[in-house]
Design a protein around this ligand. Structure first.
Ligand SMILES: Nc1ncnc2c1ncn2[C@@H]1O[C@H](COP(=O)(O)OP(=O)(O)O)[C@@H](O)[C@H]1O
Ligand SMILES: [Mg+2]
Length: 440
């Protein structure tokens, strides 16, 4: 049996800890309350209960701090087989610790390249992998010059970190100016666990037009295989917001292969050579173009949406790969379709006073799974990024269009019931093909 160290976890990633324990491994879990905002209190508690050993991470300044925390948990570095993280913010820590103690982990260099959006694009360019025009900038003047060179519309994103709150789509110089002027306030409003990941740099990129897809790519250090792809739901009024996904994405076989090959090639080029990686691409008229390669598996609801219909478990694949197991049979075989939508407020709102404890239960009848956390009379903040959601709904069906439609219908009913305007989803450019409903 092996010993795994998790440096923090995403909410759904607790399932990876659960799997590791179920299969008889020893788990050390290093956590920090600064990431409490990323999951429910129950999930945070469960991760600590499941782990054999735990210790609280201090503010990490260098890899030695991680080693000290590992020792504080009572774990000897020599006993550790692998170190990983399912939480974006802590993937660099996991890679550093693995490197320092000589355990299996995603290579530091690959993680550093992938999480730096400028370095990623440079690496793709140098290897001749299709990418988008870009420039890394440190000031408004540099951003304006870059946008002029690239041509509007552009998108301005933080080079590091998960930064939807500090990301702007600009159709002209005025919006680039607004981006930099609004910045101070925007960063102030982010939790410390998130804002600590910003530096002064932004990337100005050509705005890709088309549907957004994601692929989970698995690598055992030698080969790269696309496991499963999804089509993503994005915001109607703010395309930067990610609002859910549907699996399968229903591309034809040739295009699906093209998508998987491209995502795998991106991971190979960036040096993401051990783990499962969440790669996001837009299908433009010229072909797929990377928007972001994450040096970790998808967070949020996506892995469980895949698991709802797949023949293999995403969390089991992840843990087994880190422990040197065989590559999974790919692509995953799906027995149906699944779709999930996040519930998030379009504007900061107050929850109705008369909200009964079981208000969400009737909606379950049409759903596979889901959750909602609202307090009567409480406040829900307007969505600015991935973590500003108050619930999630998931539907499973024989075809993707119907699964997606059920999500949309339930979401509309929840919106009506709560009287809170929810963030609207944009339609896909290539609609999901609907299977005709059998006549009664
Ligand atoms: N170059 C681009 N063209 C069009 N849309 C983009 C581009 N880059 C990012 N986006 C949109 O913005 C969202 C957030 O950008 P992303 O690079 O994934 O950052 P984050 O780290 O915040 O997830 C993406 O999911 C996509 O919808
Ligand atoms: Mg992203």
């Amino acid at each position: 049996m092996s010993h795994l160290v998790f440096v923090e976890t995403s909410g759904s990633g607790v399932k990876a800890i659960e799997y590791a324990k179920r299969t008889g491994h020893t788990v050390t879990y290093l956590y920090s309350p600064r990431y409490d905002f990323t999951a429910s209190p129950e999930q945070r508690r469960l991760a600590r209960e499941l782990a054999d050993r735990t210790a609280e991470l201090p503010d990490v300044h260098d890899p030695e701090d991680l080693l000290a925390t590992l020792r504080a948990a009572g774990t000897r570095p020599g006993d550790v087989d692998a170190v990983l993280s399912t939480l974006a913010f802590c993937v660099p820590h996991a890679a550093s610790l693995a490197d320092l103690i000589g355990a299996r982990g995603t290579p530091l260099e690959g993680v550093a390249t992938a999480r730096d959006k400028g370095r990623s694009r440079r690496a793709l360019e140098e290897s001749g992998v299709a990418s988008l025009a870009f420039s890394v900038v440190g000031s408004l003047d540099e951003a304006l010059a870059a946008a002029d060179r690239i041509g509007y519309p552009v998108i301005v994103k933080p080079v590091l970190g998960v930064g939807k709150g500090a990301t702007t789509i600009a159709h002209g110089p005025a919006e680039v100016r607004d981006h930099f002027e609004g910045l101070i306030g925007n960063l102030d409003r982010l939790p410390a666990g998130m804002s600590a990941h910003f530096d002064e740099r932004f990337i100005v990129e050509e705005l890709a037009i088309g549907d957004l897809y994601s692929v989970e790519v698995a690598s055992d250090g030698r080969s790269f295989v696309p496991l499963v792809s999804t089509i993503q739901k994005t915001g109607l009024h703010n395309a930067v917001l990610e609002l859910g996904c549907t699996v399968p994405g229903t591309l034809d076989d040739t295009t699906e292969r093209e998508l998987g090959d491209y995502a795998a090639q991106v991971c190979r080029t960036l040096g993401l050579t051990l783990g499962v990686f969440h790669v996001e691409m837009i299908r433009t008229a010229e072909g797929f173009r990377l928007t972001e390669a994450n040096p970790r598996m998808a967070g949020g609801a996506l892995p469980e949406t895949v698991n709802a219909v797949a023949d293999q478990d995403m969390f089991a694949i992840l843990v087994d790969l880190f422990l040197g197991g065989d590559m999974p049979l790919a692509p995953l075989r799906l027995s149906g379709s699944a779709s999930h939508s996040l519930l998030a407020a379009a504007e900061t709102s107050i929850v109705r006073d008369d909200l009964a404890p079981g208000w969400f239960d009737p909606f379950f009848e049409r759903l596979h799974s889901g959750w909602a956390r609202l307090d009567p009379g409480g406040r829900v903040d307007a969505m600015r990024g991935n973590f500003d959601r108050f619930g999630m709904i998931r539907a499973v069906d024989t075809d993707p269009a119907r699964a997606a439609e059920t999500c949309a219908a339930v979401k509309a009913d929840i919106e009506r019931f709560l009287g809170i305007p929810l963030v609207q989803e944009a339609g896909h450019r290539s609609p999901l093909p609907a299977v005709p409903t059998p006549s009664a």
